[in-house]
Design a binder for this molecule. Structure first.
Ligand code: AMP
Length: 350
């Protein structure tokens, strides 16, 4: 009888990644832990995040929110700041609360790249979820400050090693890449159907410049024109990115690279309260882990997917960014351990 440990490889990487995550006893956000010393010169690992900062109004089968703080860049920052300091690029109106900006600064988010347009209104998005919570309708998108946003990359952001282009106008995402004097080690881009509908050609120009694209399954189909996700992945990687992540909501996420594929489940949760921002939080956990470990191998990306999935599982537990504001390192470690249990199994082949 051959005993085949079917999952031992993936389990090894998961465990290896988690041990690395657990390697520091510092609190969840510990800037000192992120400083490596080369020839006595401290080197900060620089993660630049670009993305919308917004007001959202959300309706789910379980409740309705007033105008609350949202935006892709906001979710990414709240999540990734658990792993590494962040340099944020975005734009808000005069109506965006100072207290929110102060809360992000206190998390280690450098806001020098966030423009405040005193006389204009912050981007507003409103959405309504269907009963299955996997699908939603956009009820309203008011671009406001995003309409004429021209990002300016501050000089102090030029050390960018990891660039996370959160969901935003594709031309704005591209402008940030073009302003960087040195190409970052890894450029990740997220986008959504909205831009496919109104700016497909611009979107494709930006996609051509990035290393890794993240989209959900329906967006992958829309972008590629293919129903099969495997065929869609090949077509999208043919547009430029060497890596592709396809998010499937409560059904997990797929990572593609050449002929390689990795799948990670989402944590089965008893209650999903509000899925808004889950994709951005996933992105924040994914790039936060890569930036923290400075390792962009496919194997480390597998661990990063698990970290992203664990972080997204917190996000959906409460409305908006609320849950992300509450969690600490112990919560994150416990959730990661649940993932290890979820995917660890042995098979006896007879
Ligand atoms: P997610 O649920 O991960 O897809 O992200 C939801 C967040 O994306 C919300 O907080 C919105 O404010 C933001 N968002 C929605 N539409 C757009 C858009 N067209 N451009 C930029 N951000 C958007």
């Amino acid at each position: 009888m051959l005993v085949w440990r079917a999952s031992s490889r993936s389990f090894f990487f998961l465990k290896y990644g988690l041990e690395r995550l657990k390697g520091t006893k510092k609190p969840c956000f510990a800037p000192n832990a992120l400083v490596s010393h080369t020839e006595n010169k401290p080197q900060i690992m620089s993660l630049v995040v670009v993305g919308s900062m917004a007001f959202d109004a959300i309706e789910t089968p379980f409740g309705k929110s007033d105008k609350i703080i949202g935006g892709a860049g906001t979710y990414i920052a709240w999540c990734a700041s658990n792993f590494t300091p962040i340099k944020q690029i975005s734009v808000v109106g005069g109506d965006f609360p100072d207290s929110e900006l102060a809360a992000l600064t206190a998390r280690g988010v450098d806001l020098e790249g966030v423009q405040i347009k005193k006389d204009e209104k912050t981007f507003f998005w409103s959405g309504k979820y269907h009963m299955d919570m996997n699908t939603r309708d956009t009820l309203d998108t008011q671009l406001n400050v995003l309409e004429n946003f021209q990002p300016v990359v501050p000089e102090s952001f030029q050390d960018c090693e990891f660039l996370m282009l959160g969901n935003l106008v594709p031309a704005v995402q591209r402008s940030v890449i073009e302003q960087l004097k040195n190409r970052p080690k890894l450029i990740i881009m997220d986008t959504m159907n909205f831009w496919m509908e109104i700016a497909m050609e611009e979107l494709k120009k930006t996609i051509a410049l990035v290393d890794l694209l993240m989209v959900n399954d329906s967006e992958a189909r829309q972008l590629s024109g293919e129903y099969s996700l495997v065929k869609a992945a090949k077509t999208i990687m043919g547009m430029g990115p060497k890596y592709l992540i396809i998010k499937k909501g409560e059904h997990g996420a797929l990572l593609f690279h050449g002929e390689k594929v990795f799948f990670a489940p989402a944590l089965p949760l008893e209650e999903v309260f509000d899925p808004t921002g889950a994709g951005d939080t996933f992105a924040g956990g994914f790039i936060g882990h890569l930036a923290k470990t400075k390792d962009i191998s496919f194997e480390n990306m597998k661990t990063a997917i698990i970290v992203g999935s664990a972080m997204a599982s917190f996000c959906v537990e409460k409305f908006g960014t609320q849950r992300l504001r509450e969690i600490n390192k112990a919560d994150i470690d416990a959730r990661l351990a649940e993932f290890v249990q979820l995917v660890n199994f042995d098979i006896d082949l007879v």
